[in-house]
Design a protein around this ligand. Structure first.
Ligand SMILES: [Zn+2]
Length: 403
């Protein structure tokens, strides 16, 4: 039995091995080798991949798992039991795991140093990508962005990463224990990142933090007492950032906007979409109510509740209004800031006469010409109630006049 563990020679990618067993499973084949050459999925790190080749067959190693306590290769092809074979480790895959795993150490160290009461929970690392959950106080977006900057600084500092086997009793108290490693083994492997962090861990790591190349948080999610952070490392991270940046860049001159304004461009887009939806609803309401028309004596009166409409649009409509006899129209745009335009034609008094008093009484401001009164309200809690009060008052004033 070859007991030299995979991690003592992370740069060795070819081994002469003997296939101890190879069994068919539902979809694949599972093989056990005569030694500890390749790392199985464990402690939140995905299993390694590669090729297993003997004189007759070539089998792809799709995954390496622990089956009944034994590292086991998941193969796409059968390799004869007892055959002498060559194991090729997929070094691109291994290096992606090393980058993501070391980045996870750096991220966790910065966060745990910065926030009291935080605990490292679930971890999954695969293909230059990491998912890490932190239990305890909610970590805000701003804090995570600040930590992201610190992680990148640690990468640029190119700190040395060392692994030492120590007895659990000798491990210093500031060594973070992961996955209960200290409990399970007679010796623990302590992974140090410069003098900055020490943690007990059996995974694969780069030799210098600079090899992580680039670190980018790609998603943040919250549940009641957990913050989940997704991140990418290496070329994958820079490719993801480039892709998003270039999406914006391609639209920059058409729109146009400056890259620094991207946040407010998105806010505007969101607002426009919200208003569009409100407006569509308003339009349907207005269209379906077009036949109902109030007559107060000789006066034709209509009121419109118009979420999403803007004041300019209403003033345009009002400019084009024509009516045979006496008429009044009330256009109301609800919101925390609610606005109204009250148009009149051939009435006995100024527009303000019918609506000015109630607008002031309800906490608004306004003014206008003989024909048109415009007004506004701020900090409106219940725009629908406000609208109904206005309509009711205008109706009453007009009916009094008609008597
Ligand atoms: Zn580790």
């Amino acid at each position: 039995m070859n007991d030299i563990p995979y991690w003592t020679s992370p740069e060795q990618f070819e081994f002469a091995v003997t296939v101890v067993s190879c069994k068919r499973t539902d979809q694949h084949f599972e093989a056990v080798l005569d030694g500890n050459y390749i790392r199985a999925a464990e402690g939140g790190q995905a299993g390694e991949r590669g090729l297993l080749v003997d004189k007759k067959t070539e089998a792809k190693i799709l995954d390496t798992i622990v089956r009944d306590g034994t590292p086991t290769l998941v193969l796409d092809n059968e390799i004869a039991e007892g055959s002498k074979a060559t194991l090729h480790i997929d070094m691109e895959w291994r290096r992606s795991l090393m980058r993501a795993h070391t980045a996870e150490h750096v991220l966790a160290a910065h966060l745990l140093k910065s926030i009291d009461g935080l605990q490292l929970g679930y971890i999954w690392l695969e293909d230059d990508h990491g998912t890490v959950r932190f239990l305890g106080p909610k970590i805000s977006f701003d804090t995570i962005f600040e930590i992201e900057r610190m992680v990148q600084q640690t990468i640029s500092a190119n700190l040395i990463v060392t692994s030492d086997l120590v007895r659990p009793d000798d491990a210093q108290t500031d060594v973070r224990s992961r996955e209960g490693v200290t409990m399970k083994h007679e010796t623990v492997r302590v992974v140090k990142i410069g003098d900055f962090d020490a943690s007990a861990c059996s995974g694969l790591h780069v030799e210098y933090t600079g090899s992580i190349l680039f670190f980018k948080v790609t998603d943040i999610r919250y549940t009641e007492n957990e913050t989940t952070i997704e991140f990418s490392t290496g070329d994958k991270a820079s490719a993801e950032v480039s892709s998003v940046y270039n999406d914006a860049l391609a639209r920059k001159s058409e729109y146009p906007f400056e890259m620094e304004q991207l946040g407010s461009v998105l806010d505007k887009g969101r607002m426009a979409l919200d208003r569009y939806e409100l407006l569509s609803e308003s339009l349907l309401t207005v269209l379906s109510q077009e036949s109902t028309q109030d007559r107060i004596g000789e006066i034709s009166f209509r009121a419109y509740y118009l979420p999403g409409m803007d004041g300019g649009g209403i003033r345009n409509v009002v400019r084009q209004l024509k009516h045979e006899g006496p008429a009044a129209r009330l256009y109301f745009v609800p919101g925390p800031k609610s606005n109204l335009v009250f148009w009149t034609d051939k009435l006995g008094s100024d527009a303000e006469h019918y609506i000015g008093e109630i607008v002031t009484k309800l906490g608004g401001r306004g003014g206008g010409s003989r024909q048109v009164f415009t007004g506004g309200f701020s900090d409106v809690e219940s725009p629908e109630e406000l609208y109904e009060d206005l309509v009711e008052h205008v109706r009453q004033t007009m009916s009094r006049e008609e008597l």
